[in-house]
Ligand binder design. Structure first.
Ligand code: MLT
Length: 204
């Protein structure tokens, strides 16, 4: 499947990272552009619009209800999205080895699905309020994929125990994981983004 997307090439494109922006439920490809600029103004930006709508809301895969993911559909879209990025890298001339997703909520979960399916699929990943995507597959090798998790002590969609579980399974695959806590529920906060920016500057 294809995607509606925004692509903004960096000025020095050759070895620039490419920030892959993946919005939350009901969002658009415009939502995270300012965050990408804040995290790395020198990166290419590729921002996708989810192509599995739920009534009028854009999503990246189906769910049975809030926080109740359709695992088979998630795996299907995770593979499809991964292949889409590989193909677009050829077309646009960015290095697919230098892709760093920034995903929020539903967007973090599709990025998590890719991390759970492929060896080192990204240069690093910023997952903001993610869930555990699924539990029924062997973990791949993630020893070259550092991950930042932004979690909420009082997140009603993703319980703290699930954030800890996500950290532990990514670590079991060899990923260096930074788990950052806030207490703004499922919302993004400025301090969380500051922490993600600091992590990105050293880890990726
Ligand atoms: C999901 O469906 O991916 C999670 O429940 C988060 C969300 O509602 O976007």
């Amino acid at each position: 499947m294809s995607y509606e997307y925004i692509y903004q090439p960096a000025k020095q494109q050759a070895e620039a990272n490419t920030l892959l922006l993946l919005h939350g439920t009901g969002g658009t490809e415009h939502d995270l552009l300012e965050i990408a600029q804040f995290i790395d103004p020198n990166a290419n930006v590729l921002s996708l619009r989810g192509n599995e709508p739920e009534r009028h809301m854009n999503r990246f895969f189906k769910r049975h209800g809030e926080g109740n993911l359709d695992i088979e559909n998630l795996k299907y879209h995770a593979k499809d999205l991964y292949n889409f990025i590989e193909a677009l890298a050829w077309e646009k001339g960015f290095n697919p080895a230098n892709v760093v997703p920034i995903g929020y909520s539903n967007g973090a979960n599709i990025a998590g699905g890719i991390l759970y399916l492929y060896d080192n699929p990204f240069k690093g990943a910023i997952l903001l309020h993610p869930m555990v995507p699924f539990r029924d597959e062997e973990m791949p090798n993630l020893s070259h994929t550092p991950v930042f998790i932004g979690a909420g002590t009082n997140d009603p969609i993703c319980a703290p125990s699930e954030s800890e579980e996500l950290k532990t399974s990514l670590q079991s695959a060899g990923s260096p994981v930074t788990l950052h806590w806030e207490d703004y529920g499922h919302s993004l906060s400025m301090s969380e983004l500051q922490a993600a920016k600091g992590w990105y500057a050293t880890a990726v």
